[in-house]
Write a protein that binds this ligand. Structure first.
Ligand SMILES: NC(=O)c1ccc[n+]([C@@H]2O[C@H](COP(=O)([O-])OP(=O)(O)OC[C@H]3O[C@@H](n4cnc5c(N)ncnc54)[C@H](O)[C@@H]3O)[C@@H](O)[C@H]2O)c1
Length: 510
């Protein structure tokens, strides 16, 4: 990789489209020292944006995040303009106008005859092909995606998106400039959803499918994703916050752009919400009810069970070790033995395993162990406060209760799911890792870039590929293979990159 220089702080930056994103980007550029020109086709909008950003700078000065002088200087670098011709001296024009191909093409085609030969174009589009925007230009090599996340001043990630004609030096200059602005840039190839909006799809899709199949209710799936998965928000509360109109539109656009690939299939459950006009928080109803007086959703937890009389911790896996340490800390007696078949514990007849993507009922049938109880994945079994489990249909009630009692004795809240394959966190993380692996395999981004994008763009507790390495790539491959077998769908096909890592006996991040 070459190391281009960032734009010099005195280089003039233009932001066209001064709505939510444009104003945020202008704020970041002005704070980094650039003179910034703001243009909007709505009369008064650019002036209003400048006022708003100056107020932000003043607030930052009040909180001690900027000196009063720096805040005033940054504010003074903002200049609202009303004509494209006033952008002639710009070194970079960032576009954050309406999400419409023709509008973006026209803007840049009009600008091309105004700005100098060295001027770079950076589009903030979330979903339009950078290659297609460039097709309208005489010199498409000067255009790249400069994809900020909302709110731009706070979110660290910027995807630097190269279209087919984008010159590498242009992408590198934008990369270096975003870094100089205090952001963390990641290179991506112009493909549907770029990195974040593609790799994040399974976070919603698997949760929607779990709910549709009656695995657990929304609040319980959300709680497991938060408390065991370590995600900041559960998928349902997150979709409610994003808005179902927006989230469903993004899913549809990625699905269509990949020629209806099953992996991105939209959900009828979300279609229903959109049809009903239940867009989420913004209008009071989504998966949850936000209207005044509505009851707060509560995750389902199993009633307290007695501590089992005989607990055995099997093997020395991360899970087994964490259970042992937690039981010891709680003063609960247990014995230890080796694990011949991957079981992590036994409790009064129950045999506990971590899910491998088979249902407990199938696993019981295939192993002859009727009292089979499966545990979900946790980001950190030593610390998580909740864990999902599922029991085989063949399992005796007393055995299931003993498994619940063991986990409760170890300090977990226990959410019992219907016996769906892969449970919640394991299935979600396996699919996130698979999508990230495919993006890497198709040259969209590097493995490090994929992980960084998901940590910084959507606050995942860990990059999906690093997570797959932690679980073990072979275990992730098994989960996906068993899901594919359970559902008979192409949706769970395994990325060749994951397969290669398994066969090579390597981690993805080796
Ligand atoms: N909102 C997000 O979360 C988000 C995140 C990343 C990227 N984006 C992308 O950023 C862009 C802007 O999104 P937003 O949420 O800020 O929208 P917005 O509606 O808040 O702002 C768009 C602004 O552009 C102006 N505008 C529209 N057409 C114009 C034109 N031809 N010339 C000049 N000004 C024009 C509008 O008057 C408006 O002020 C879109 O491409 C969107 O996909 C949005």
């Amino acid at each position: 990789m070459t190391h281009a220089n960032p734009l010099a702080p005195e280089a003039v930056v233009a932001v066209v489209g001064t709505g939510a994103m444009g104003a945020g980007i202008a704020q970041v550029a002005a704070q980094a020292g650039h003179p910034v020109k703001l243009l909007d086709n709505r009369p008064g909008a650019a002036e209003k944006a400048v006022e708003g950003i100056r107020a932000q700078f003043a607030k930052m000065a009040e909180k001690g995040k900027l000196t009063v002088e720096a805040a005033a200087a940054a504010g003074a670098r903002l200049q609202p303009v009303s004509e494209l011709a006033e952008l002639a001296d710009c070194a970079l024009v960032v576009e954050a106008i309406v999400e419409n191909l023709e509008a973006k093409q026209k803007l840049y085609a009009d600008l091309e005859v105004i700005v100098g030969a060295d001027c770079i174009f950076g589009t903030n589009t979330s979903s339009i092909s950078v290659t297609a925007i460039g097709a309208a230009l005489k010199r498409p090599e000067r255009l790249a995606g400069l994809h900020f996340f909302n709110p731009a001043p706070l979110m660290a990630l910027v995807e630097i998106v190269s279209g087919l004609a984008t010159e590498r030096a242009v992408a590198e200059t934008l990369f270096a400039t975003a870094a100089a602005w205090g952001k963390t840039p990641v290179h991506a190839k112009s493909t549907p959803g770029f990195i974040v909006n593609r790799v994040a799809r399974p976070y919603y899709a698997e949760a929607l499918r779990l709910a549709q199949e009656g695995a657990a209710d929304y609040a319980t799936i959300d709680a497991c994703c938060r408390e065991a998965g370590g995600f900041r928000m559960g998928p349902f509360e997150l979709m409610d916050m994003i808005g179902h109109d927006v989230n469903f539109a993004v899913t549809n656009s990625v699905w269509r752009a990949f020629y209806n690939d099953q992996r991105f299939l939209p959900s009828l459950l979300q279609q229903e919400l959109v049809d009903a006009g239940f867009y989420g928080r913004k209008n009071g109803r989504g998966f949850y009810d936000y209207r005044e007086g509505a009851a707060k959703p509560v995750a389902a937890s199993e009633a307290a069970q007695p501590v089992p009389g005989k607990i055995t911790i099997c093997g020395t896996s991360t899970v087994a070790n964490a259970l042992a340490a937690r039981l010891a800390a709680a003063g609960v007696a247990y014995t230890q033995q080796v694990s011949a078949d991957g079981r992590v514990a036994e409790a009064d007849g129950a045999v506990l395993y971590v899910t491998d993507g088979r249902s407990a009922t199938r696993r019981a049938a295939e192993t002859g162990i009727g009292n089979c109880v499966l545990l979900d994945l946790a980001l950190d079994y030593a610390k998580s406060t909740r864990l999902a489990l599922a029991a085989a249909t063949q399992a005796e009630m007393a055995a299931v209760n003993a498994a619940v009692g063991l986990l409760q004795a170890a300090g977990f809240q226990v959410s019992r799911f219907a016996d769906v394959p892969g449970l919640a966190v394991m299935r979600t993380v396996a699919m996130l890792a698979n999508e990230a692996a495919d993006a890497v395999n198709q040259g969209v981004c590097s493995a490090a870039g994929a992980d960084q994008a998901m940590r910084l763009g959507v606050n995942y507790p860990q990059g999906p590929l690093a997570w797959a390495d932690q679980i073990g790539v072979a275990a992730v491959r098994d989960v996906l293979a068993n899901l594919a077998d359970s559902y008979g769908e192409d949706r769970y096909r395994i990325s060749p990159l994951l397969h290669q890592a398994v066969f090579a006996g390597r981690k993805i991040h080796d």
